[in-house]
Write a protein that binds this ligand. Sequence first.
Ligand code: C2E
Ligand code: MG
Ligand code: MG
Length: 575
Amino acid sequence: MEKENLEKNTRTPLSAFIELLMNSEELPHSAEKALSMIAPALQLMRVQSHTCIPPKDKDGKQEFADHIWYDSIGNHDPSSMAGLDTVDAVHLTHQMEGDRATVTLSSYHSVHDPAWTSAQRQDILDFMNVLMLAFSKSRLISTLRRNALIEPMSQLPNAAGFISQAGKLLNRGQLSLYNAFYFNLKSFGLINRRFGKDETDRIIVRYSKALTDFTEGEECVGRLGGDNFVALIRKEKSSDFLRFISGVQTFGVIAGEEIPILIQAVAGALEIDSSITTADEIIGKCGTALHVAKNVEKVPYVFVTPELNSSVYQQKQIVEQFPAALINKEFKVFYQPKVDTRTNEIVGAEALIRWLSDGKIIPPNEFVPIIEKDGSICQLDFYVLENVCQDIRDWIAKGIKPVRVSTNFSRKNLSHPDFADRILELLTKYNIPREYIEVEITETTEEAENALLVDFMNCMHDEKIATAIDDFGTGYTSLNVLSDFSVDVLKIDKSFIERHTKTEKDSVVLSNVVKMAKELDMTIINEGVENWEQVDFLQNLGSTVVQGFLFDKPLPEESFRQRLKIGKYDISSNE
Ligand code: C2E
Ligand code: MG
Ligand code: MG
């Protein structure tokens, strides 16, 4: 019976062998099966390979791997040659394409078997060539598969690799032991500009290594491209991970010198639970939370919640409804008086926009940041300026002396080359004396924008239109704004007055800002003044113009007009 089988198998042994090997995905298993078909006829006792993989870079190590493809006596130790005739062995060496590995296949018979005939040796070589071909093919496929899942620069998994890892955990029912994160690096543009593309690439590699070092077991960090990363981290380590990515210390090299940098990330996070049924939905969900963290709430991270989608939905609605709302004149300009606290006279006003939608008043903080993203804010800013011009004309016509009105202009306007011209055109159209208009803008940290801001401010200065730096004292305030260009007014943010009226040390800071502004011939306006204590405090420092709820909240035009008619506040009843 055995003999019959053998004859059947050796009738077309090579073609059966080729077919089995080449059509199989699981090479080691099918190779063992294919070799066992021919082994008895060829006195094959063992076939094994020795692979030598050259180092990837010049500092790397050469790697070796041994594998037993077939062994009739079940000895799984490639280094043990006991009972094998090593002198009469057949060897075949091959250089693999793709990864430059050198593979040597070796076939052995038992020391008790007679030496192979030359015909047998040729047959063995033929079989080994086929095995080598199959091995080559399978190595190539696995390299291709690995590359399809790896982002080449950082060597981290790419989107497909990340999803594949999440899929594996999902199939094993273990995904809900993890939380998912989608994070984006802050100030990556600045790093790029400072260090140049090549060094930034190396910084990314260092950063990726730090991320990988944080992970353990089946946790995974992936790079989606650019400065976008994803991670799957065990739930119990999630807060550690968020803390970790809030500031990773690494370095960049300029002219041979290592310069330390802190890479900070903003993240969208997802508590994975049983409602997640496919791996792909993870990135989308975290992406929404990242968007909210970065652009809406401006916080280091946001977790996905059911409400989050509705807030994203609201944002979408705002973007969609804005153009029609502008045409339908749903936006109304309110005025908040600026008061000189020495005389309680109204010395100016700020125009602040409100959206009257379905009988509700939507405050600017709920829609300005959203329409700022796609630049539609610029249309709104000019709509406000035009309304202000019309109101000033109206006040003059009614015999009311106007005050200087400041209007807010988003920095997005800076990229429009006709920004300054459009302001001048409107003033001419409504014949508004320039002393009645002031342009408020927030300072910028973007270098490119900063140059445009300097040009714009200087142009306004030349045209005798007053300018103000809004929200001074928040964010990335740099004292450069005080020396880079001519500015008439510094508006000190309300958070400043909230904080700085508390301690002796704080008042030193504020008094010096006031002093410096005076020396530079600028006016200081303190926003957010809500009580007389703050007025006294500011007066003592020599800062007398304020804008705040103490006098009035932003008022509809009709109410503001009434205030303007009187021109000052009667505070005898308040004090
Ligand atoms: P902002 O230009 O710094 O305006 C001052 C904000 O502080 C106003 O908020 C005002 O109502 C508020 N405020 C004034 N006094 C007090 C106070 O005593 N206490 C408190 N808690 N708040 C006070 P509002 O009107 O909600 O505007 C918020 C921001 O929206 C503005 O900040 C400005 O950045 C933006 N914004 C408003 N209108 C426009 C516009 O027409 N164009 C652009 N680009 N931005 C605008
Ligand atoms: Mg303002
Ligand atoms: Mg402000």
